[in-house]
Design a protein around this ligand. Sequence first.
Ligand SMILES: *Cc1c(COP(=O)(O)O)cnc(C)c1O
Length: 216
Amino acid sequence: MYPTLAAIHSRLDSSSPDEKATVIAVSKTFDSAAIHPVLASGHRDFGENRVQEAQHKWPALKEEFPHTTLHLIGPLQTNKVADACALFDVIHTVDREKLARALVTHAEKTGHCPDLLIQVNTGSEPQKAGILPEQASAFITLCTKELNLPVKGLMCIPPIDAEPAPHFAYLRQLAQDHGFAELSMGMSKDYMVAANLGATMIRVGTAVFGERHARA
Ligand SMILES: *Cc1c(COP(=O)(O)O)cnc(C)c1O
């Protein structure tokens, strides 16, 4: 196993060996040469936050490692829906009606839709993507009951300066209320907190690849 991922897995194991979260290695800003050894070591879940950047790196990597699961963890513009659905296996960032309807249109046209998660802006931060908490239940119902989208769970990014645990606990409760199995929460600094609050997917960049230099 890739050394930094082995360290993450052993921390997760020591805390809750029976309910292990999937570790998504967030490879944004890192080039194919940096990603390749992680794939070669056997890791199969990766996250990117920009469709265009992923399109440059991942078609070739996925051809070499066909069983890779690629996760879109950044905001999705409706004009990129077709590109995103063609490349990504899971989209974590469904957060508004216009995007949900664009995904339906694309799915009807192609017969295919990736697994979806709904991003909740748990801190109600104006600059941040995600459906606001007070609108979340109605939006979830729209996506699942009316639009029949394949929504598997919820995702959040707590405010940078906040204690993450209440945000994770809130998201877990919301997922439970709606019968969702998947919870995408926790990053390099707080993935243990998230794992202990029921995360089924943690999104870890820096702790796997080191500091990002190009951009956040
Ligand atoms: C970059 C990013 C991560 C990984 O952040 P690290 O702190 O490097 O682990 C996780 N989730 C999202 C949505 C990101 O954009």
